[in-house]
Design a protein around this ligand. Structure first.
Ligand SMILES: C[S@@+](CC[C@H](N)C(=O)[O-])C[C@H]1O[C@@H](n2cnc3c(N)ncnc32)[C@H](O)[C@@H]1O
Length: 270
């Protein structure tokens, strides 16, 4: 049975062996200039607000990855704690964030183990970028993460697939068509087809293929439950919807067709 632990271990195996350039080739929020600038505008607004109280806000970056996103927070003037389960990713992150050593702490750990430690630190912002869909029980994760956020601090998630049940037929159908149009350019077509059929006919397996992008290959991330959870913890929330696809060509087509298949959430503790 897939548990949070087995899903975490699958992520560790996958990210330890995937070279950063292979990850970046499929990371639309980094390589697509439109999504990247949406991320930069949003993160800049959050940091500017936090800087009114502290010129060097403290950020906790969950599932920090290979460093491109973490570097944006550092360039904005924040102090950053980057947590990731993959040692290779953090090694690369330190390379990418060279020059910011005095503002950067890296912690190699499963995010649940990290959040269950007796931390006496509190953060101005906890962010999860391209991360929640990798976590089986992301609501339990957010529940633990919000206890580390200071009053007037933020929870920010970006680049997660919208919950399929909430998509209209047009967005669901077209975003699936565009995803598979990209997928067939990535090789291992028979393997991909076999796994797709197996998932539909038999079900999911407890292996790296079915665990790593856990909710991306299932039914997306339930944005409304995240907002409800944050509101119950005294956060005011806003949500943004956009289109994301790994291919630059299909990305601009999907954007023109006004499809929305991804979201970000900004929660501010009142
Ligand atoms: C899609 S990448 C996102 C990286 C980065 N935030 C970005 O936006 O480019 C997901 C990252 O989460 C990390 N990860 C997955 N499961 C994890 C877990 N349970 N605990 C800590 N990190 C995890 C992976 O190692 C990987 O670096």
């Amino acid at each position: 049975m897939n548990t949070n632990h087995s899903v975490s271990q699958s992520n560790k195996l996958t990210y330890e062996k995937t070279p950063p350039h292979a990850y970046l080739a499929g990371a639309s929020h980094i390589k697509c200039s439109w999504i990247r600038s949406l991320f930069c505008q949003t993160s800049t607004k959050i940091v500017e607000d936090l800087k009114l109280a502290d010129p060097q806000p403290r950020i906790l970056d969950l599932g920090a990855g290979e460093g491109q996103v973490s570097k944006i927070w550092l360039e904005l003037g924040a102090r950053l704690t980057a947590v990731d389960i993959s040692e290779n990713r953090l090694k690369q992150l330190k390379e990418v964030c060279k020059g910011y050593e005095n503002k950067l702490e890296t912690i190699c750990s499963d995010v649940f183990e990290f959040l269950e430690r007796d931390l006496n630190q509190r953060f101005d912002l906890v962010c999860a970028v391209g991360f929640l869909h990798h976590i089986k029980d992301y609501l339990a994760l957010i529940q633990k993460a919000v206890s580390l956020i200071k009053p007037k601090g933020y929870f920010f998630s970006f680049e997660d697939p919208l919950y399929h049940k909430t998509l209209d037929f047009y967005s669901f159908f077209l975003s699936q068509c565009l995803y598979y149009s990209w997928r067939i350019t990535q090789g291992d077509i028979l393997g991909g087809l076999y796994r797709k059929m197996r998932r539909v006919l038999i079900g999911y397996k407890d292996d790296v293929y079915d665990n790593t992008e856990y909710h991306a290959i299932r039914s997306g991330v339930d944005q409304e439950s995240i907002i409800n959870l944050l509101k119950n913890h005294g956060f005011s929330c806003s949500i943004g919807y956009y289109f994301s696809n790994q291919s630059p060509l299909l990305q601009s087509l999907g954007k023109k067709l006004k499809i929305k298949n991804y979201f970000y959430i900004i929660g501010k503790r009142l």
